[in-house]
Design a protein around this ligand. Structure first.
Ligand SMILES: [Zn+2]
Length: 479
């Protein structure tokens, strides 16, 4: 296939939901996106990754890999192996908030190449993950955190979007050899958190973004490079409105389990760790009998110890909890039932007791078990509460930093309360339909296959500009 484009401008509209984007497009409120990206190209919905959270969910776009493969399974994690060896140390746990966001580049699996390693003249704008980028090409390297701090205090998130646009236009005007710009627009996500994904102010952020696309198109046209530029417009997760917060760390403490959780991390002799992302998901880690040991505690051991599994799975705030069996199969528990699946040669073997906890519409099934291919599981789950669950769980548990248990919140609820300021009125992070579906809008035609995931975008854009695709990516090219 011939090379389609010479350079890439990647718009990460953080927190954009495909349904709202499409409503705004249909209303004619996004004329620049419609004319310059949708019309010559294509517009579809796809799945992001679990955890559907800012930061980890950027990784597939920059590496073609799932966050499980990248070993960054959440914005907060605990490392049992490191804690068993070193105890309380900066290698043992993480919360990518504030200055710690800089550590994401350090924590990313060192064998993985990023877009910044593969392009000749790449630029990173307002993006926390930029390993491989030359310092001078990280246009907001030091200022990003202060811009975020300022916006957090003042609610002026639209100002940050304008800084992003200003940086892109400055690159277009002054760096004629740029071949890749990855740019983050945070205001849709932030206005959703403090209001709602459907709030007028959030919708205004989509429209403001569209007018900024117009300004960027104009500067590319003025430089004579518009036709050779590939636009990718996507987001890292959707959001849902949150009515009720369930503070899972303090909940464990209230049950007599001394628990390490943010922001109460200056404690010793704890028996569990609770690391929340988004705030719709949490990794839970447990001490084995008397000591912290390397390796995951199996679901059998957790069930045997009691450890509140039965209480947790029946709580109304929780869609499901999941863990790994001694034989490697992945278990899913909720108020409906208890299921387990394993994947061999891309075939999923799924079985359950009582009722299917996922309520999947599996044709002709009466045996409480089913077999389907991993590709078929995508279509089977797309319209369910838990899109792409089989692939996503199999990948997240590949990370040694993932919990013994992972908790996914039900829509309308999240897993953090007292320690979140300002209050989150919308959440993401869960493996649920509203958080997992994201848009993919490009100014080249992309034909949808049986699966469409966020990690497919990276090999696709490499191919579109004629770059070799590294071996062994989780994603696959769509062209
Ligand atoms: Zn986000």
């Amino acid at each position: 296939m011939s090379v389609l484009k010479k350079r890439v401008v990647f718009f990460l509209l953080d927190g954009a939901r495909p349904d709202i984007l499409n409503q705004e497009l249909a209303l004619g409120n996004l004329p620049n996106i419609a004319r310059h990206i949708v019309e010559p190209g294509s517009n579809q919905s796809m799945v992001t990754v679990f955890p559907s959270t800012t930061g980890p969910a950027y990784l597939p776009f920059i590496t073609g890999m799932h966050p499980g493969t990248c070993n960054i399974p959440g914005i907060r994690w605990f490392d049992k192996t490191s804690y068993a060896q070193r105890g309380w140390s900066f290698k043992s746990f993480r919360s990518y908030v504030g200055l710690e966001t800089y550590l994401m580049n350090h924590d990313l699996n060192p064998t993985i190449k990023t877009a910044y390693d593969l392009f000749n003249e790449p630029y990173s704008v307002m993006n926390m993950i930029n390993r491989g980028v030359r310092k001078k090409n990280n246009t907001t390297r030091f200022s990003r955190i202060w811009y975020y701090y300022y916006a957090h205090l003042t609610d002026h998130w639209s100002f940050i979007d304008k800084v992003t646009t200003h940086s892109i236009i400055s690159i277009i005007n002054n760096k004629p050899n740029f071949d890749y710009i990855f740019a983050v627009y945070p205001s849709v996500d932030e206005y959703s958190h403090i209001g709602s994904p459907f709030h007028a102010r959030t919708r205004e952020a989509y429209r403001d973004f569209d007018s900024q696309v117009g300004a960027i198109v104009k500067s590319l046209k003025d430089k004579g490079v518009l036709e050779e530029t590939l636009f990718v417009l996507t987001s890292d997760h959707g959001l849902s409105e949150t009515k009720t917060h369930f503070d899972i760390g303090p909940y464990l403490e209230s049950k007599g389990i001394r628990t390490f959780f943010y922001t109460q991390i200056f404690k010793m002799r704890f028996e569990a760790a609770s690391m929340v992302s988004g705030n719709g998901m949490a990794h839970l880690y447990f001490k084995n009998d008397k000591k912290w040991e390397s390796g995951r505690t199996s679901i059998e051991d957790l069930l045997q110890k009691g450890l509140l599994l039965d209480e947790l799975r029946h709580r109304r705030e929780i869609e499901f909890i999941t863990g790994v069996s001694q034989n490697g199969s992945i278990h899913i528990l909720n108020d409906k039932g208890h299921a387990a699946f394993s994947i061999q040669n891309d075939q999923v073997h799924y079985e359950w007791q009582h009722q299917d906890p996922l309520s999947l519409k599996i044709p002709g099934n009466t045996q409480r078990k089913a077999h389907f291919s991993l590709d078929e599981s995508y279509a089977l789950t797309w319209d369910s509460h838990t899109p792409d669950l089989f692939y996503q769980l199999s990948k997240i548990f590949e990370s040694p930093r993932s919990g013994d248990l992972i908790v996914s919140a039900r829509s309308g609820f999240d897993l953090r309360d007292r320690f979140e300021h300002p209050e989150h009125k919308s959440s993401h992070g869960a493996l649920c339909s509203e958080h997992m579906k994201i848009p993919l809008i490009t100014n080249i035609k992309i034909t949808r296959g049986t699966t469409l995931r966020s990690m497919d975008v990276f090999p696709t854009l490499l191919k579109a500009v004629g770059k070799p695709i590294p071996d062994g990516l989780d994603g696959k090219s769509l062209i």
